[in-house]
Design a protein around this ligand. Structure first.
Ligand code: APR
Length: 250
């Protein structure tokens, strides 16, 4: 049976294992109006990721994949950081959070003020040319639909997000593994922990003797490895955590 805890237990764990490394997923952005992927209202309930978010699909039908990402960009247009993003940025400023590793491509952690941020699945904010390396903003790319072509060499541009079948950006995943293996505590927020290699990062922390805490609506495969599991809103929980952890004194 899944044992659940309150914010006081999480605050105590962070306090005694500071600074912690935070790993976030789409569940930290749903309160900004951006749907996640695997919950009942998730994106993959409506779209097959292999048809719309794989590198093979992009190569075979770039217009179809760009149409999908155009819709996702439209859903991000009005999105603002929420209490969860802001709480993590504040906890970093106070010294309780060393870094945020995020699977999200929406850019909301950066806009909330997180500084030591590792975007392991890239960013939807830009698109690049695989041939000559030219990069444009997504707004510019949207103006070039159905298939944006590179302004320099004419090849098809691709959104700068990691698609299924692609390797993660080497520097980003290398940094994420290093942070995870050195963390005294990893706090996972809003992720189903179903997609590797990112889902393996908490295991790096545990293998090195670090502790794990999870804030997520719904179960994850690592709940029984966590010292603290909170099944509640990421925004409310992180805001309460920030209230419980004032300025950190070394
Ligand atoms: N508060 C807490 N948890 C939430 C909230 C919320 N407000 N909203 C959703 N969740 C939970 C969901 O119940 C779900 O368990 O967040 C989790 C999100 O899981 P996924 O939708 O699988 O998203 P994520 O883990 O980030 O997916 C990883 O898969 O498709 C790829 O590249 C995509 O980066 C993504 C990766």
């Amino acid at each position: 049976m899944r044992q659940l805890y309150g914010v006081a237990s999480l605050a105590e764990l962070v306090r005694t294992h500071a600074p912690c490394v935070v790993l976030t997923g789409a569940g930290v952005s749903t309160e900004s109006g951006i749907p996640d992927f695997r919950s009942p209202t998730g994106v993959w309930r409506r779209y097959d990721p292999m048809e719309y978010a794989s590198i093979d699909a992009f190569r075979a039908e770039p217009a179809k994949v760009w149409d999908f990402y155009g819709r996702r960009l439209a859903s991000l247009a009005g999105a603002e950081p929420n209490d969860g993003h802001r709480a993590l940025a504040e906890l970093e400023r106070r010294g309780w959070v060393e870094a945020v590793i995020t699977q999200n491509v929406d850019g909301l952690h950066a806009r909330a003020g997180s500084r030591n941020l590792v975007e392991v699945h890239g960013s939807i904010r830009t698109a690049s040319c695989g041939t000559c390396g030219a990069t444009v903003t997504s707004e510019e790319a949207l103006g070039l639909l159905p298939v944006p072509s590179c302004p320099d060499c004419g090849e098809a541009l691709k959104p700068d997000v990691v698609m299924f079948g692609e390797l993660l950006p080497e520097a980003a995943i290398g940094c994420a593994i290093r942070l995870s293996s050195q963390a005294a505590l990893m706090l996972v927020v809003g992720s189903s922990l179903e997609v590797f290699p990112v889902a393996g990062l908490p295991l790096e922390t545990l293998a090195a003797g670090g502790r794990l805490a999870i804030v997520n609506r719904g179960e994850t495969p690592l709940d029984d490895r966590a010292d603290v599991v909170i099944d509640a809103s990421a925004g409310r929980t992180l805001a309460a955590l920030a209230r419980a952890l004032p300025e950190r004194r070394e």
